[in-house]
Design a binder for this molecule. Structure first.
Ligand SMILES: C[S@@+](CC[C@H](N)C(=O)[O-])C[C@H]1O[C@@H](n2cnc3c(N)ncnc32)[C@H](O)[C@@H]1O
Length: 259
């Protein structure tokens, strides 16, 4: 399938925060449910250890994605970094709740764009379910910034650009409705916008379909990476599979070569 750069609702600056947070809260819960942290942790822990980083800066964090389980998992694997969560539209309620549970984590309350990260936010960079947001020039600029700053980077997507993944996304309204009682923090507005006027399930499905069409394949990410950091970073890319899910998730990892 050809990649298409359509627009997601969450890219629109005027998109109301209640819907934006509704979708990122759902995403974090579904990621927890599918235990993606178990799939990504070994690869990520190894890359962090190779890079020697003691700090992670997560870009495009939404409601925290996999971090409530992933950071403790990394710690058990011997990688003990601190974590800073950032986003252009921070979901401050969810992130406050997350950092209350994990002492090594904090979040940046000010908007932080992944294409122009403030200098004080250094560290091994991670992006979960987010790299597809960026059109090729911006996506490559994110990789280039990691190479320039000699910071490792790991990108894990949530789905692939395939007909199978697209069909799977049609189930999202149902999964939003089923998972909503499990989503924290509890909000009355979430119940209203899910069960009475189902804007959140519709928005989650729309954005997921557009996301699938925008996903980069591992080969595309690797080509971009080699253009900006061949010879100075070690790059690996491929697909991971999450137990019980019918779709594969593309990843790219880059670690600065030791000189
Ligand atoms: C699909 S969500 C993924 C959230 C989280 N990483 C997860 O796995 O659940 C994408 C996130 O990227 C954020 N985002 C979009 N464009 C961004 C940009 N230019 N800079 C930083 N964050 C951005 C959105 O606000 C949203 O929270």
């Amino acid at each position: 399938m050809r990649r298409r750069q359509f627009i997601e609702l969450e890219d629109l600056p005027w998109w109301p925060q209640v819907f934006r947070d509704g979708v990122t809260d759902y995403l974090a819960t579904s990621i927890r449910f599918t235990k993606i942290h178990r799939t990504v942790a070994p690869r990520l822990a190894a890359a962090i250890q190779r890079s020697g980083a003691n700090r992670i800066t997560d870009l495009c964090s939404g409601a925290g994605g996999p971090w409530s389980e992933l950071l403790p998992e990394l710690t058990t694997m011997g990688a003990t970094p601190s974590l800073c969560l950032t986003d252009k539209f921070p979901n401050t309620r969810a992130l406050s709740k997350l950092i209350a549970k994990i002492p090594q984590a904090r979040f940046e309350a000010q908007p932080a764009s992944a294409t122009n990260m403030p200098e004080h936010l250094s560290g091994f960079r991670t992006l979960f379910t987010a790299f597809h947001h960026f059109e090729p020039n911006d996506a490559q600029a994110i990789l280039q910034a990691a190479v320039r700053d000699r910071q490792g980077i790991a990108i894990f997507e949530g789905a692939s650009r395939t007909p199978r993944a697209l069909i799977f996304m049609l189930c999202i309204p149902l999964t939003v409705c089923l998972m909503t009682p499990l989503i924290r923090p509890f909000r009355w507005s979430r119940l209203f916008w899910t069960y009475i006027l189902p804007v959140i399930p519709a928005a989650a499905m729309f954005d997921a379909i557009v996301s699938c069409l925008r996903m980069y394949t591992p080969e595309e990410m690797l080509t971009m990476a080699r253009q900006v950091g061949d010879g100075v970073f070690d790059w690996e890319a491929g697909y991971d599979r999450t137990a019980g899910l019918p779709i594969r998730i593309p990843y790219l990892i880059g670690v600065p070569r030791r000189t």
